[in-house]
Design a protein around this ligand. Structure first.
Ligand code: ATR
Length: 511
């Protein structure tokens, strides 16, 4: 069973034991005591290992591989030796392959601590610049070393594709292994370590106390990423976009998997904006069957890229999505074929109809003002013109409004001339972090005032536009209403289970 290993930088015995106790409380299985800067007080190291509330890995990481230790090997060996002289031994001692290979003398001394009956030797290699060119040779060298009980390789991921090699190495290894990608792109290797039967994954006790870039916290692994439920059959999903720091989709879908018992996990998957990145990464993930990558929510700036990719891969594309020219959902069917659709369209219609207590048929003839003419506006304009609304598009760049209007039998008008019973914001104005901005600073002076204002922005849930509209007496609809509906449609498509709406709403409540 893959162990959650709390990475603890030791500054004093008391602090390390307090951190270890909290790690145990959060549900960690092991602690890694990083004694890089704690090599002077040797009896304290022995005490620390003896009193640790969880089995421990003892590591004194050298600066050359991202640690803080820059003393001589004598000092390092003495520190490791003292970790192993107490009544309770460390479960593992971790030493870099490079150091282990330097001299027979050093190896002999290391062997006084590990491998021993109770204590395994982890040989490790780290590269903070990227995948080392000789990664495979290093892994082979560790595998071939009879004293090495566990192989560990960690490198900085340049893209999400790096994770696939980590999974491949775990699958191929005949010794217990740890294969991790560092940095934001490496999160899948940390969360899915359990799916691929790694010996352990590292996690931070608190945010920002991790010992390597990209380590999630124990709480994130357990609660957000469903650690306890992950096994080799877990189906993998994610949100593809850039940036993603504020995406609520992982919280939404993972809560849905929890509520229904579906064996899935949902991850943030940042892919840089260019189509070539999208194609290479999504293609590689789809073409790695052991991953069980079954679908993705696709957001800014990749909605057009998804459609292009779908064409190139011969995916089935829903006809309306084709007309909108942007897709937000990728689903992999059981037989492996791809299906691409746009759940924003129905979500926007339902958000408005449910909020007003009307049917879609009753939308006919309503005068709708759409602000913006980008990707988000396309789905909205398609949806409301299709249901017989008189849609007028207002955009900062008038030519784009006109082009969109021409395509969907709508009108275009300047931003200053917003008139409509229903105003829908499809620009990005007012989105986090620019929460004091609004696309309609003159809302209170509109004549007539709109009766309904709907903001497709969901972060924040109440934008300045909605606050102004409420103050002016309009009925308001939050982007959150549309957000969880588009997610619900994706969830149902992927899992063929009814979306647990109550769990979705709870997941989106501000914490
Ligand atoms: P999305 O896919 O989210 O719609 P987009 O295609 O970049 O993103 O479109 C963003 C929309 O917000 C566009 O209509 C844009 O207006 P332009 O077509 O003139 O670029 C609009 N927008 C963005 N920032 C704006 C601002 N500060 N004021 C007014 N409109 C803005």
């Amino acid at each position: 069973m893959t162990a959650i290993t709390a990475a603890i930088t030791v500054r004093s015995v008391e602090q390390a034991l307090a951190d270890a106790a909290r790690a145990a409380e959060f549900g960690a299985d092991l602690v890694e005591l990083r004694i890089d800067s704690f090599t002077d007080d040797l009896p304290a190291i022995t005490r620390l290992v003896e009193r640790s509330p969880l089995p421990c890995v003892v590591t004194c990481r050298h600066v050359s591989e991202g640690g803080e230790f820059d003393g001589d090997e004598q000092t390092r060996i003495a520190a490791l030796e003292h970790a192993g002289v107490g009544a309770r031994k460390p479960a593992y001692v971790d030493l870099e392959l490079a150091a282990y290979q330097t001299s027979a003398n050093l190896r002999q001394k290391v062997h006084l601590v590990a491998p021993r009956n109770d204590t395994g030797l982890i040989l490790s290699t780290h590269d903070f610049r990227g995948r080392p060119a000789d990664l495979l040779q290093k892994v082979e060298a560790m595998a071939a070393e009879p004293n090495c009980r566990v192989i560990k390789a960690a490198w900085f991921a340049r893209s999400l594709r790096d994770n696939l090699e980590a999974f491949e190495l775990l699958r191929a290894s005949y010794k217990p292994s740890i294969m991790l990608c560092m940095g934001e792109f490496g999160l899948p290797s940390r969360v899915l370590a359990k799916k691929f039967s790694a010996l352990l994954t590292y996690a931070a006790v608190d945010p920002h106390t991790g010992t390597a870039p990209g380590q999630p916290t124990i709480a994130q692994l357990k609660k957000l990423y469903r650690w306890d439920a992950i096994n080799s059959d877990t189906q993998v999903f994610g949100v593809v976009g850039d940036p993603l720091a504020h995406s609520l989709s992982p919280a939404l879908h993972n809560a849905g998997f929890d509520a229904t018992g579906y064996n899935g996990v949902y991850l943030p998957l940042r892919i840089p904006p260019e189509y070539e990145h999208f194609k290479a990464t999504v293609g590689a993930w789809l073409d790695f069957p052991p991953l069980h990558f079954r679908g993705a929510s696709v957001t800014i700036p990749h909605k057009e890229n998804l459609l292009r990719f779908a064409h190139e891969r011969g995916a089935e594309i829903d006809a309306l999505t084709e007309k909108i020219g942007a897709a937000n959902t990728l689903a992999v069917r059981d037989v492996g074929s791809l299906y691409v659709t746009n759940t924003d369209y129905a979500a926007a219609l339902d958000a408005v109809c449910d909020s007003l207590g009307i049917t879609r048929a009753q939308l006919r003839g309503k005068r709708i003002a759409v602000l913006g003419a980008g990707g988000a506006a396309r789905a909205i304009v398609a949806a409301f013109t299709h249901h017989g609304c008189a849609v007028t598009i207002h955009n900062r760049t008038p030519a784009k409004a006109q082009a969109l209007a021409d395509q969907f039998a709508a009108q275009a008008a300047p931003l200053e001339k917003v008139r409509g019973e229903v105003v829908i914001n499809c620009t990005s104005v007012g989105m986090h972090p620019n929460v004091d901005e609004t696309p309609l600073p003159d809302l209170a002076r509109l004549d007539p005032l709109p009766g309904v204002v709907f903001d497709t922005i969901y972060n924040p849930a109440e934008t300045r536009l909605l606050r102004d509209a409420k103050a002016a007496g309009a009925h308001t609809i939050s982007g959150m209403d549309m957000f969880y509906r588009q997610g619900a449609a994706q969830f149902e498509l992927w899992t063929r289970l009814p979306a647990p709406l109550a769990a979705f709403r709870r997941a989106l409540e501000p914490k």
